[in-house]
Structure formats: structure tokens, C-alpha cells
Design a protein around this ligand. Sequence first.
Ligand code: FAD
Length: 315
Amino acid sequence: MYPASFEYFAPETIDEALTILERFGDEGKVLAGGQSLIPLMKLRFAAPRAVVDINRIAGLDGLGEDDGRLRIGALVRHKACERSALLHGRWGTLGDAAPQISDPLVRNLGTVAGSLAHADPQGDWGSAMLAMRAEVVARGSGGARTISIDDFLQGPFTTALRPGEIVTEVRVPDPGPRSGGTYLKLERKVGDFATVGVAVHLTLANGTVGRAGIALTGVGPINTRATAAEEALAGRTLDDEAIAEAARLAAEAAEPLADVRGSVEYKRNAIRVLTERGLRHAAESAREEPRDGDEQFAGHETVEGVMDEIEEKDQ
Ligand SMILES: Cc1cc2nc3c(=O)[nH]c(=O)nc-3n(C[C@H](O)[C@H](O)[C@H](O)COP(=O)(O)OP(=O)(O)OC[C@H]3O[C@@H](n4cnc5c(N)ncnc54)[C@H](O)[C@@H]3O)c2cc1C
């Protein structure tokens, strides 16, 4: 199907983009990678009167550390994160999530900020950013504001963005040394959205867990922070018992629906298994941050692999 007709704008500055968006109010849409917006327009689930393409605006494609935080500009593609030499060790949750998003075609165009603005409950970046306690910077005609990721993601396809606002960057606070994490995703085949996904991040302090971040994909109306599991780990030695308890609490936080990808019970079990695996990997990488160029943890899980482990544990 063809999209409904719309006016197309390709401004070269943020101010110009904001002026156009202000004119159209909630009938204007930002276009970044187009990997979610264009399909929605073709299906006529979205029919904006104006599409404001931000791809010609300079300075939005930066990815780097600056002043104690990681800054991801609004035009940073999934591919740039996948290939970044920076996103290992303490930033490993992000580096492991990137290559698991869809396929190379989508990763070449789709952006991190666009994914968060789209707020699909099955989006992988939402969980990775929750685990890393990221912030989103939004600019409107009245100025810029910074929104914590917990406040930004409000519901399925719903965010705290106001009409006319543009996400200019995503900021992730530096978790400091002795930090590490990963993103594990169970998918039916490579390129699929998550059956379930688990983002884990740990900061160790004096042999115990200083801070834990755990968030879940595909098992709720939006990416879900597993708060009870995070709190159960804080200040504890990361032994088998602590890991098992946190994994159980993460599974309890999940609110999956039965669908073609699996039953409620299956998805809860998968969350438990992936949380355990994620915590073990996060602890390992926190103890020994890899040097640039070290091989990354292979985060893809096959349905068969996780099923074997679920069955073993249930016996
Ligand atoms: C076949 C396929 C498979 C996919 N599989 C996965 C997957 O496995 N995991 C996953 O996480 N995602 C997946 N996606 C989605 C993909 O990650 C998209 O890239 C992402 O959801 C949207 O990013 P985008 O830059 O393409 O945004 P766009 O499509 O350009 O925009 C999406 C929405 O966000 C808004 N928006 C975009 N940028 C901004 C901004 N800077 N400020 C304000 N609003 C903005 C737009 O107005 C629109 O409402 C898949 C997509 C496809 C087509």
C-alpha cells in the first residue's frame, strides 16, 4: 500500500526542523532511519501531514565518551554501535544489543534514538538503556530538557516526547570501572523481534554488587525494569544463590502474553534462564574489562539451547 499524501521537509538545522514541527503540531513526524515510520505509513497506521527528515542536520551522528558519559547522537545508526570499538566492557550491554537488532539492512539505517522514540515493547534498545540508566535529551521550540529513560518510555508506542520535540541525543552515565553487562535475546530466527530479551548491567564494589541494572524485552506493555531483582542484588556477593534469586524475581516481573512465539510459562522460564546467564557474564566482564578488539560475547541464543536449560532446571 502507498502512504497517504504528506509534505516532505529536509531541514539542515535543528532550529529549522523545530519551526516546521511547531507549525504542524501533532500532525508532523520526525523521520530518522525510517525503519519503523515508513512501514507504519505504508500500512496507513500513521498518516502525518508533514514528514521532517533530520538526516541532513549536521552534528547529530556523534558517538563517544564526553565528560563522564557516553553520548549517542540522534542519527547514530544501530550499525555504528555494532561496530564501535568503545562499546565493550563497561558499555558491553549496548555493544551486545546492537548486532541483535533485526538484520544488516535495518541496522544500516535505523537509529538508537528513533528506536527509543518509537517505543515498541519489543525494541531491544529500551531494555539496554534501562539497564544502563540512560537519559534522553529532547529539544523543542522552548529549549532542551533531559528525561530519564524510566520516565521517557511510558507505554506501548508512547513516550514523554511532546508534539514538536526532537530527540537530539541519548546520554548514558559512565558506570565506572569494575562494570560490565550484556544483552541476551531469544529469537525464533536471526533478524526476528525478541521472543524475550534481557539486558543486564553490574557495577562491582569491594567484591559485592554496587549497582545492578536488569530490564526485560517483549514481556510487558513496554520494556520492563526488574526492580525487585535489582534491589535484591545491591550490596550482595554475587554467588549462585544471589543469581538464582535475582533471576526468579526478574521472571516474576515479566508479564508475557502467549502468542506464536511461546506460552506465558515458556517466556517466564526463558527470562529466568537468560537473567542467570546474563548476570554471570556481566560479573565476569566487570571483573576484567576487555581491551579494545577483544572478541564480544555471542549474545544470540537459539530456541533449542534455552529450551534444553529450561527443561534441565524444571526436572
Ligand atoms: C524488518 C524489521 C525488523 C526489525 N527488528 C527489530 C528488532 O529485532 N529489534 C529492535 O529493537 N528493532 C527492530 N526493528 C525496528 C528498528 O530498530 C527501527 O530502526 C527503530 O525502531 C526505529 O528507528 P528509526 O531511526 O528507523 O526511526 P524512524 O522509523 O525514522 O522513526 C520511528 C518513530 O520515532 C520517531 N523519531 C525518530 N527519530 C526521532 C527523533 N530524533 N526525535 C523524535 N522522534 C523521532 C519518528 O517520528 C517515528 O514516530 C525492526 C524494523 C524492521 C523494519
